[in-house]
Write a new protein. Structure first.
Length: 416
């Protein structure tokens, strides 16, 4: 690694902006162990957005094709934040050019492409990781730590939902998000987060799913008259197109440990712009987390007086993962949110690229193999739904990553 790292983003939409802001802030976290981070380019086929995003976040230039990023000699690290169907071609070209890649989830839109991307990553000497930002939430990581420590006893069940309302309006414009087979809609979009988190907090992988249901409740949507950026509204025509994938999905499943789970996702949950919640039940206690209250978790530990037993609120702070040194004001109870997760993710990625040894407080991001496992799990849910909810086995997967063991500050030297 040279004395600096050049960064680019392919895709300047909603998530692309989050990646851009994260790279800008990442060097300010913890101690200054990173080399110089150069913010080089934002690329998007829609030039006005590429230009505006590059200027907003302090990138040196903008480009209008991903090929320009592949060919650039001054770029080392690239976030790929575009439609799922475009991931394989772009990622394979970036890896072949020696770039380090952070690809947004899901890994791709087909298992064939995902397997090819895993093979490309394994054949490359570059760092290839997938963005599963919610793993960086201090509350989620704290529950993972409670489970692994045995504080909740044997885990019996996990319940969770991820409800969004970005597609609640039947006259909202159609876009790439609404095209593709069943399982590539809400299940792949927000379900990829929820399923991975369910495994993360339980400390175990799914081995079987059952009772899968996929529903398309808004069958057609109007064609846009302009460019659709993220979940933003735009003028629409009178012509409508068929929605090809799921608005709502749900399933139950079993983990390798014998514990069970019930999960539901939706992109048409009115009044829930971004509601993700998980609850973990053990035989000695339980814990729950709701992203609408990201600075706290609910904890119940068995024992004591039954008359006063019940959940108590734990305010997150420096004793929990990522917090100490990871926030400009890192005192207990200081506000935290999803944007901070992108920053923690970018920091961990840049440290790995720079050759800085992994620290317990900043574990590596998920690899492409874990992204493939997540897609195999979602595929099993879709197959269960297609067979009237029958049980479907989930292929074996890599071990579940551990949350930070302690909120210590990394102090490793920068790799040469």
């Amino acid at each position: 690694m040279s004395t600096s790292i050049g960064v680019a983003i392919i895709g300047a939409g909603m998530a692309g902006k989050a990646h851009a802001a994260a790279y800008r802030t990442a060097p300010t976290l913890y101690e200054s162990t990173l080399p110089e981070i150069r913010l080089v380019s934002i690329a998007d086929v829609y030039e006005p957005v590429a230009k505006a995003t590059a200027a907003r976040f302090g990138f040196e230039r903008h480009d209008t094709s991903w090929q320009a990023i592949v060919e650039a000699d001054d770029i080392d690290v690239v976030s790929v934040v575009v439609a799922n169907a475009l991931h394989r071609e772009i990622v394979e070209a970036l890896l072949a050019a020696g770039k380090h890649v952070l690809c947004e989830k899901p890994l791709s839109d087909t298992l064939e492409d995902a397997r090819a991307m895993v093979a490309a990553a394994e054949a490359s000497s570059s760092v290839a990781r997938i963005g599963l930002t919610y793993l960086r939430s201090p509350g989620i990581a704290a529950i993972n730590r409670l489970v692994r420590s045995g504080a909740l006893g044997t885990i019996l069940n996990v319940s969770g939902h991820y409800w969004t309302d970005y597609a609640c309006d039947p006259d909202g414009p159609i876009s790439w998000r609404f095209r593709g087979p069943d399982g590539s809609g809400a299940l792949a979009d927000v379900g990829s987060h929820l399923t991975y988190l369910a495994e993360f907090v339980s400390g175990s992988r799914f081995t079987e799913v059952r009772g899968g249901t996929l529903s398309t409740v808004i069958p057609t949507r109007p064609k846009p008259l302009g460019v659709v950026v993220g979940h933003e509204r735009t003028a629409v025509s009178d012509e409508r197109e068929r929605v090809e994938n799921d608005d709502v999905a749900a399933f139950s499943g079993s983990f390798a440990t014998g514990a069970t789970a019930t999960l539901q996702v939706s992109r048409v949950a009115a009044g829930h712009p971004n509601s993700l919640a998980l609850e973990v039940f053990g035989d000695r206690g339980a814990a729950s987390f709701d992203f609408r209250h990201p600075g706290e978790l609910q904890l119940f530990l068995a024992g004591g007086d039954h008359a006063t037993a019940g959940y108590r609120t734990v305010i997150l702070g420096p004793d929990h993962p990522y917090w100490k040194g990871g926030l400009a004001m890192d005192a207990q109870g200081v506000g935290i949110g999803q944007n901070d997760g992108f920053v923690f993710q970018a920091r961990a990625f840049l440290e790995e690229v720079a050759g800085i040894p992994a620290d317990a407080s900043l574990p590596r991001n998920a690899g492409f193999d874990e992204g493939l496992h997540n897609m195999l799990l979602l595929d099993a849910v879709a197959r269960s739904a297609a067979s009237n909810g029958s049980a479907v086995a989930v292929p074996a997967a890599p071990p579940v990553p551990a949350a930070p063991a302690a909120p210590v500050t990394p102090a490793a030297p920068v790799g040469a």
